[in-house]
Design a protein around this ligand. Structure first.
Ligand SMILES: [Zn+2]
Length: 526
């Protein structure tokens, strides 16, 4: 480890930012102030330059820290403006409005969105003309059912025809929906979506009791540490946000102790990470009979399983708050401090739950989630099938907030097992297999056909016949007696996308005919 690189302070970070600002103006006559638009463009060029991986990776670590801080500063400046204050007060107020008032808000925004889409988005003009619909025909949440479900294939086929004529596509943000497929799908939005997404994220932090400015750590897929780097530090600093960014992609058995020690030494109080990242740390702490007390752990990006949560809460000695969102920015949900299920954020979008024919299912029944983002006027996604499955709930949370609830976990369609008789079994139903495999470090159930299950096991000792009988009997009771179970010892479970982990991978299409995401991935893997 190089001397001094751990002692990053906000002041040092700020100095780097100032240096970079200076650098970005090299070669320009001092006396000629740049027009505002050109200054903005220049900043963007520099940002693009440092995010170019090769250049960033070649920089010495202090300069990488400076780049991360610079980016943090730009994000801070963009997101914490006046609009953020207005959005925050809207979100605080609406948490206690009646469901009818929340619905009114959604429908007012929906009417504006539909009108805009009809006037300015060629794809929706065609869809509505084909059905003989005028904007006034789609003014309520129930009316939405007059419009078709928007699948990923539709978005791909529509291309630029889904982008509003009123915006310059080159100026929009782009997210790639599916990092594991060969042809990811670009989804675009403008600053309004960035702002509402950020305000929603800050609501998560508010519920979790994580104030801005307190030192926190993130461990997600952002490649802040070059993959070629084999020695610590596996983290970088964003001094503006007081954030330590740990690399999810370097998290391994042999590196774990560096992560734990760094979190301790850096005085990290809160952790935001994929569920699997916090879980492997908790496992490490358990193996070494250690604790790493934090104030809150916020998990995203992967379904959080109950036994994982329990171990995290024990080893980090704090509550875990699970949040859900997706790159397409159509649905956002999170747990509050009562942990009675996810609250869906109605200000963010309209959420529907449908079967494979696009018909709505009742509260409590699992359905494919459709999201209509209420802020993306640049590329409206209306009734967009994001590929995740959950159930709505009529329950009222004891926290007193009136926001609607989800029941159970949100699962990717490709994480759901399909039984020989056509039932859908969410991953949570098979997590108990860890009880039959003492000391298992990681595991994955892979379903190739409705009757074939492979259980991948990462453990030093082989599975004994008694353990196999227990595990196999358990799976047969859940999925059916005709199911064949095989055990496979592996060194590690392959991760997907940006280092995400999955306990269940099903290659069987869901019974109601919704394309199974794993099936798509399998196609591309061939
Ligand atoms: Zn609540």
């Amino acid at each position: 480890m190089r001397p001094g690189e751990d002692r990053e302070s906000p002041l040092r970070g700020a100095l780097f930012v100032l240096c970079l600002q200076r650098l970005s103006r090299v070669g320009r006559p001092r006396s000629t102030p740049l027009p505002k638009e050109e200054r903005r463009r220049e900043g963007r060029t520099l940002a693009n330059w440092y995010t170019t991986e090769g250049v960033y990776n070649a920089l010495p670590i202090p300069l990488q820290n400076a780049c991360v801080t610079w980016r943090g500063w730009r994000i801070y400046r963009e997101r914490f403006g006046r609009e953020h204050g207005a959005l925050t007060s809207l979100l605080e107020r609406s948490e206690h409005l009646s469901r009818e008032e929340q619905r009114d808000y959604q429908e007012r925004r929906l009417q504006a969105l539909i009108m805009h889409a009809y006037e300015n988005v060629p794809y929706y003009r065609d869809v509505m003309d084909e059905r003989g619909l005028k904007p006034s025909d789609v003014s309520t949440i129930d009316d939405l059912q007059k419009l078709p479900v928007l699948t990923k294939a539709d978005v791909r086929a529509a291309g630029e025809r889904l982008v509003s004529r009123t915006v310059d596509p080159g100026k929009l943000r782009v997210a790639w929906t599916s990092a594991t497929t060969e042809t990811p799908l670009p989804v675009r939005w403008d600053r309004a979506v960035t702002l509402v997404n950020h305000a929603s994220y800050m609501r998560v932090r508010r519920w979790a009791g994580v104030p801005f400015g307190r030192r926190y750590a993130t461990m997600q897929g952002t490649p802040v540490v070059p993959i070629a780097q084999k020695k610590p530090p596996f983290w970088r600093y964003n001094a503006v946000w007081n954030q330590v960014l740990f690399s999810q992609l370097h998290l391994s058995d042999e590196n774990l102790h560096h992560y734990v020690r760094k979190m301790r030494d850096a005085g990290v109080e809160d952790l935001e990470t994929y569920a699997s990242g916090a879980y492997v740390m908790a496992r490490y702490l358990e193996d070494h009979d250690e604790y790493l007390p934090l104030t809150a752990v916020i998990t995203t990006g992967e379904p959080l399983l109950p036994d994982e949560r329990a171990l995290m809460e024990e080893r980090f000695r704090c509550p875990v708050f699970d949040a859900y969102g997706q790159a397409e920015r159509v649905i956002f949900s999170c747990e509050c401090e009562k942990h009675e299920g996810h609250h869906v954020f109605p200000e963010y979008g309209i959420t529907e739950f449908v079967d494979g024919d696009g018909e709505r299912v009742r509260a409590g029944e699992c359905g494919l989630m459709l999201g209509t983002g209420l802020h993306n006027f640049a590329m409206p996604l209306i009734r967009y099938a994001c590929g995740d499955v959950a159930a709505s709930s009529d329950a009222v949370c004891s926290c007193g907030r009136t926001l609607p609830m989800l029941s159970g976990l949100t699962s990717r369609a490709g994480d759901i097992l399909v039984t020989p008789d056509g039932r859908m079994v969410p991953p949570i139903m098979v997590t108990w297999i860890v009880k039959f495999l003492e000391g298992v470090r990681n595991w994955q159930v892979v379903q190739e056909t409705p009757t074939e299950l492979r259980v991948l096991v990462v453990r030093d000792e082989p599975v004994t016949p008694e353990e196999f009988d227990g595990l196999s009997g358990y799976l047969k009771r859940r999925l059916g007696p005709e199911v064949r179970v095989e055990i496979e010892h592996v060194d590690e479970i392959p991760r997907v996308g940006r280092g995400k982990s999955r306990h269940v991978v099903s290659r069987v299409p869901l019974v109601w005919g919704v394309p199974n995401r794993s099936a798509v991935e399998a196609e591309h893997e061939r």
